[in-house]
Design a protein around this ligand. Structure first.
Ligand SMILES: Cc1ncc(COP(=O)(O)O)c(C=O)c1O
Ligand SMILES: N[C@@H](CCCC[NH3+])C(=O)O
Length: 429
């Protein structure tokens, strides 16, 4: 039987006419669990993580999975068992980490809008580091820590003003972005931090954006961060760890990002050359650990020929997979069982009442009503960005390892989507 691997998707391949994830035909999973269904390959996540581990071999590193990419408990549990920490951006994410058995002392807390309550929660849990994103946040964190009789370990997230050359919505390291402290203000902010009784400076942090497919912006940002460390340490403030954020891209549509180990060999060579190679490193990868480990399986409901376009209407929609609607993002779409027929060109769209509810445009497919399709590269920023729009329950999720499949999230019912809502009292308001 011929095996045809899907480019960029280790462990997802056609065996003959059938799409397999690891050693399971995806159609059997659709049969067993219904659609829409997210399916993840554990081996893919393992190999993505191994590439980072190879890149850092012999170095001191803590990999903090950026769980916003996919925060399903079982995935968090998988990464925790591999020794990963987590990059969180809310108190809710911290609760998830703890519910999954993650170690709070390996958690770093990013985000421009941390509330006092979230700061207290994270201090109580004993997280590794707050990545502080403004001078105002620094003062509030100091107040909260002093009131609790403790010190908050911090890095300042520095905005290096480097263009990551990605979609403007996911670029974070440019002057016009809301993230981080401007490079020019960073030294003064560190000096203020060092003088505050509730703050303990431990590191420096930089994250320039997401879906970055070129090493150059990382190398440029590294130079700017290393310049700053020299200035900060010359001012008598020790920087114990260097956090380089996440952002490494994946192959959605022929993209060719550097492999994680190659990228880190290049970056560490720069660190070595400038005398920083023996520091403790933190990184915050999200998409590159889970993105190409996941599929969203959907069933074709109707084929609708149109005057200008043919529509392939499927049961997954923008509420399940918002990236195409939000960023005009491309996700590959392939049939679970290839048909030897003349294909046609379709827009693959969902049932949601928005013209923006499309998953793929102008796709060449040989499909019949009732067939199943897989939307590729759906492991990152799909389930975690899903919603209940149109009172659609969230999809189920399955994790596959070899011949085994484990249901890690049940499909939400309509009633699940309005739990917690209250009807009006009997008397008019
Ligand atoms: C602060 C921070 N760290 C890490 C990440 C993870 O990024 P990615 O999923 O692109 O690796 C993000 C998202 O861009 C982020 O905002
Ligand atoms: N949600 C974005 C990535 C955001 C990165 C978070 N800072 C995407 O789907 O590509």
């Amino acid at each position: 039987m011929t095996h045809t691997a899907l480019p960029g998707h280790p462990h997802i391949a056609y065996r003959g006419q059938d799409l397999f994830i690891e050693d399971l035909p995806v159609s059997a999973l659709a049969q067993a669990h219904g659609t829409p269904l997210f399916v993840y390959s554990q081996a893919s996540m393992q190999s993505a993580l191994a590439a980072y581990q190879r890149g850092f071999a012999g170095r001191q590193v803590q990999i903090c999975y950026a769980m916003k990419a996919n925060s399903s408990l079982a995935l968090l549990q998988f990464f925790a068992r591999q020794g990963c920490g987590f990059d969180i951006v809310s108190g809710g994410e911290l609760e998830r980490v703890l519910a999954a058995g993650g170690d709070a002392s390996k958690v770093i807390f990013s985000g421009v809008g941390k509330t006092r309550a979230e700061m207290q929660q994270a201090l109580q849990a004993g997280i590794l580091c707050f990545n502080v994103e403004s001078e105002a946040e620094l003062e509030v964190l100091n107040d909260v820590a002093v009131a609790m009789g403790t010190q908050a370990p911090i890095s300042i997230r520095v905005n290096p003003n480097v263009d990551p050359k990605t979609h403007p919505y996911i670029s974070t390291g440019l002057k016009g972005n809301k993230f981080g402290v401007a490079h020019e203000r960073a030294l003064a902010t560190y000096q203020r931090a060092a003088a505050l009784p509730g703050i303990r400076v431990t590191g420096i942090d930089c994250h320039i954006g997401s879906q970055i497919t070129d090493a150059t912006p990382y190398l440029d940002a590294a130079d700017r961060v290393l310049d700053l460390i020299e200035a900060i340490e010359a001012a008598g403030i020790a920087i114990h760890h260097i956090d380089f954020g996440g952002g490494l891209g994946i192959n959605y549509n022929g993209d060719t990002p550097p492999a994680a180990d190659d990228l880190w060999h290049q970056l560490l060579a720069k660190m070595d050359a400038r005398g920083f190679g023996d520091r403790q490193f933190l990184i915050e990868p999200g998409r590159s650990l889970v993105g190409n480990a996941g599929l969203c399986v959907t069933q074709v409901l109707y084929l609708k020929p149109g005057e200008e376009k043919n529509f392939c209407i499927v049961d997954a929609a923008m509420n399940d997979l918002p990236r195409p609607a939000m960023y005009q993002a491309f996700h590959g779409i392939v049939p679970l069982q290839a048909r030897a027929e003349t294909p046609q060109v379709y827009d693959v769209v969902g049932p949601v009442c928005e013209s923006g509810d499309w998953l793929g445009r102008d796709r060449t497919l040989a499909v019949h009503e009732g067939d199943h399709l897989a939307v590729l590269s759906a492991g990152a920023y799909c389930m975690s960005m899903s919603s209940n729009y149109n009172t659609r329950g969230r999809a189920a999720e399955v994790l596959v390892s070899g011949h085994s499949a484990h249901l890690i999230r049940e499909r939400e019912t309509a009633a699940d989507t309005f739990r917690g809502e209250k009807l009006l009292p009997a008397a008019p308001l």
